[in-house]
Ligand binder design. Structure first.
Ligand code: UTP
Length: 418
């Protein structure tokens, strides 16, 4: 039974923040949903939502930030150090110190696939899903070192059930659930409309959306995954996206660099295809490692080159990053800034009708993984080859770029399939 007192307290809070509409359909909900809705409301940080909404109206200006280039190593110009790094990394992998995390909590709106992105078949002759391609790579690499690399999959509330059911159907691709493969859900934030009102979903509950790939650190810590990693003897964690079918999660050279240089984060980059490619690139922001978005960079900066003719801001961030467990724990305890994205979102209006918008109507708030890079003292960046490690599946084929057909060709070429 819901106490009258609790309800009154909740109404008071809602009134204070102009969100009274959240209880519009309350009386029509069954007891269990009533309870869920009130619990949802009690956990909303209304101050945060208010300030995030207010920020959507401000033009974001980072002009005061001092942006400078960041050093990087080129994997193919390492000379004699290459072997040293590789040996250090190989030793750590053999000792079971590496785990892999796949971020699969995104909505994959651009691809337009109805299920979780990882279940997508990019059209190879084998018809393997992205999850299976990733699992193949991880198992093959682990076998080289005589270990099974523990695999952690981040899902969201929206796709968790379907993701786990997909893995179950495929017998976890040979992994054992809760032994060497683990699933955990990322956090969420309410979505708001253009007036700052929190949306109500089809079930009469608060409409929430995943809090971005930056939610990874908090989700790993809060769900006990870093604890699990430590129990397994893991010290290094590769974190990558689900939508790069050439992702190389096991790289002794990258690990060796982190160990030798005594840094807690080591990231891979690929050189920009051209100075104006629309990608985020590594930089220093006010002296600390960060990523600058293409929308933030001036033409002059984008085209600037060093004495060897290399772009000063040419190292694209491809979501292929290695972290020490201690760095994840530290980052998980530090709140990241949220960025807003204007998206299409179904909702129930004030008269109880389901509205399915045809154009963006609501703000979603997301943290970006690279905003935590500034938390580390320093990090290493390793430039790798695009054709060996990067085949993204972002868009539907109609876009012609970063889509299933381009990724398939890159995959087939790399593995000599066609
Ligand atoms: P993207 O930023 O490309 O987003 O994610 P997306 O959800 O896959 O696709 P769009 O933008 O809706 O079309 C890059 C990686 O980060 C993961 C995605 O699953 C993908 O592996 N991600 C993104 C999360 O795990 N959670 C999020 O909240 C956002």
């Amino acid at each position: 039974m819901i106490m009258e007192k609790d309800l009154n307290e909740i109404k008071f809070i809602l009134k204070k923040y102009g969100q009274e509409h959240l209880l519009n359909g309350y009386d029509k909900l069954d007891e269990s949903k009533k309870k869920t809705l009130l619990e949802q409301i009690e956990t909303i940080d209304f101050e945060l939502i208010k300030s995030l909404y207010n920020k959507t109206k401000e033009e974001i200006k980072n002009e005061k930030d001092e942006i400078t280039p960041i050093e990087y190593l080129d994997k193919f110009k390492l000379n004699e150090e290459y072997k040293e790094y590789e040996n250090l990394g190989k030793k750590a992998i053999k000792e079971g110190k590496l785990a892999a995390v796949t971020m699969a909590g995104g909505q994959g709106t651009r691809l337009g696939h109805s299920g979780p992105k990882g279940t997508y078949d990019i059209g190879l002759d084998s018809h393997k899903s992205l999850f299976e391609l990733l699992s193949d790579g991880l198992k093959e690499e682990g076998a080289k070192y005589g270990v099974t690399i523990p695999w952690f999959i981040m899902t969201s509330r929206e796709n968790n059930e379907e993701t786990v059911a997909f893995f179950e159907k495929h017998k976890f691709f040979g992994y054992k659930k809760d032994v060497n493969i683990f699933f955990f859900k990322q956090g969420e934030l309410p979505m708001v409309d253009t007036e700052g009102k929190i949306l109500i979903d089809e079930n009469g509950l608060v409409k929430k959306a995943a809090d971005g790939h930056g939610g990874i650190y908090e989700a790993l810590v809060k769900n006990g995954m870093t604890k699990k990693m430590r129990e397994l003897g893991v010290e290094w964690v590769f974190i990558g996206g689900v939508d790069n079918c050439l992702v190389k999660m096991v790289d002794p050279v990258l690990m060796g660099i982190a160990i030798k240089k005594n840094v807690t984060v080591a990231c891979k980059s690929i050189v920009k295809a051209n100075p104006h490619e629309k990608v985020g690139v590594f930089c220093r922001r006010n002296g600390k490692p960060n990523v600058i978005e293409y929308s933030e960079i001036t033409d002059e900066m984008a085209e600037a080159v060093d004495e060897n003719g290399e772009l000063l801001y040419g190292e694209s961030h491809i979501l292929c990053n290695l972290f020490n467990v201690s760095a994840i724990e530290r980052m998980g305890a530090t709140p990241l800034p949220y960025h807003s994205a204007f998206k299409k979102a179904k909702y129930i209006d004030k008269d109880g009708n389901l509205i399915v918008p045809e154009s963006p109507n609501a703000y979603k708030f997301e943290a970006f993984l690279f905003d935590a890079f500034g938390e580390v003292d320093d990090m290493a960046i390793l430039r790798v080859k695009r054709e060996e490690e990067f085949a993204p599946v972002k868009n539907a084929d109609s876009a012609g770029v970063d889509c299933p057909s381009t990724a398939r060709k890159l995959y087939e070429k790399f593995y000599g399939l066609k």
